[in-house]
Design a protein around this ligand. Structure first.
Ligand code: IPM
Ligand code: MG
Length: 361
């Protein structure tokens, strides 16, 4: 059966990197028997410019109808003056919450060729393979009440609410335990249980769910320590599970261990493994339109989509191996360039991945 993939290029470098991901999908469709229909839609700043809404009804309808979504990036300085509720980011957050994509898997894996691209010593990051499981539809990102209010003395006060209900914690904990059971069997839950009640409950619930997974070794860590440990000795981690806000921060941190944020894909899944797939990096407006961006995180997001939503494990591996191959062949975009490397453009990197795929026919 032909599956529908919603293609949401978004803003900044989004359209450039998405073009390379689409080339990869077109190649798989033309030559490797992948049965997909790609449908484009507007989201973020691009959607605001065209319709006044960061998540137009048409886009949401496609998102609900599609079997999977590919999203590049949203946001940019052009839309920063807008009120919070009108900003491009609301398009992305709206998709996450409307589709119930609560489980965000962010693997931080080091390609051996890039050990020197990391700002840490190669021996600290060699063979690094961490999976961050970030809760994606709760926490202070969505908690009510929120806003800016005026106090009696006339001073303004900003406020947000960090919320986690037991069922929200339970379901993300299960995803994390299941993932850890398939990997090295170690799960570190990250919280701030020494200060925040909502994460005290987090710790309690994760511990309770852990009793159902005797083969997974569960540990707990405060988020400040986790940030430090990720830089000090990242290989101590197998799977990490944490809330929306801490996960946002720690996954950026973890990405740099692997050489570049331009390398890391992610999957955001609902309870039926329908998913949205996106690089963890943003829209990088400073380099947009210059063919400087690294399309590999976007292309690796295609691989995750093939694996989790389209159930095409063989093609997922094929794409991941093609990415490894272009790195072995020495191709580098500016973000992963070593001292003696020549830099290729976004398009050339995408073409190289496609060429490797074709060579496997
Ligand atoms: C991410 C991004 C988003 C987030 C932004 C763009 C809203 O940083 O996917 O990590 O904070 O979740
Ligand atoms: Mg982020």
């Amino acid at each position: 059966m032909t599956k529908t993939v919603a293609v949401l290029a978004g803003d900044g470098i989004g359209p450039e990197i998405m073009a390379e991901a689409v080339k990869v999908l077109e190649t798989l469709r033309a030559s490797f028997g992948l049965k997909v229909t790609l449908e484009n839609a507007l989201v973020g700043g691009a959607a605001i410019d065209a319709t006044g809404n960061p998540l137009p009804a048409e886009t949401l309808a496609l998102a609900k109808r599609a079997d999977a979504l590919l999203l590049a990036a949203v946001g940019g300085p052009k839309w920063e003056p807008l009120e919070m509720a009108q900003r491009p980011e609301k398009g992305l957050l709206g998709l996450r919450s409307e589709l119930g994509l609560f489980a965000n898997l962010r693997p931080a894996t080091l390609f051996p060729e890039l050990a020197n691209a990391s700002t840490l010593k190669p021996e600290v990051v060699e063979n690094l393979d961490i999976l961050i499981v970030r809760e994606l539809t709760g926490d202070i990102y969505f908690g009510q009440p929120r806003g800016v209010r005026v106090l009696e003395n006339g001073e303004r006060q900003g406020f947000n609410t960090m919320l986690y209900s037991e069922s929200e914690i339970e379901r993300i904990a299960r995803v994390a335990f299941e993932s850890a059971a398939k990997r090295q069997g170690r799960l570190c839950s990250v919280d701030k249980a020494n200060v925040l009640e909502s994460t005290e409950l987090w710790r309690e619930v994760v511990t309770r769910v852990g009793k159902e997974y005797p083969n997974v070794k569960l540990t707990h860590m405060y988020v400040d320590n986790a940030a430090m440990q990720l830089v000090r000795n990242p290989k101590q981690f197998d799977v990490m599970v944490t809330g929306n806000l801490f996960g946002d921060i720690l996954s950026d941190l973890a990405s740099q261990l692997t050489g570049s944020i331009g390398m890391l894909p992610s999957a955001s899944l609902d309870s039926n493994n329908k998913g949205m797939y996106e690089p963890i990096h943003g829209s990088a407006p400073d380099i947009a339109g210059k063919q400087l961006a690294n399309p590999l995180a976007m292309i690796l997001s295609v691989a995750m989509m093939l694996r989790y939503s389209l159930k095409e494990e063989k093609l997922a591996v094929l794409v991941e191996e093609a990415v490894a191959q272009v790195l072995r062949d020495g191709l580098r975009t500016a973000d992963i360039k070593g001292d003696n490397d020549t830099v290729v453009k976004t398009r050339e990197m995408g073409d190289a991945v496609v060429a490797v795929l074709r060579s496997k026919l």
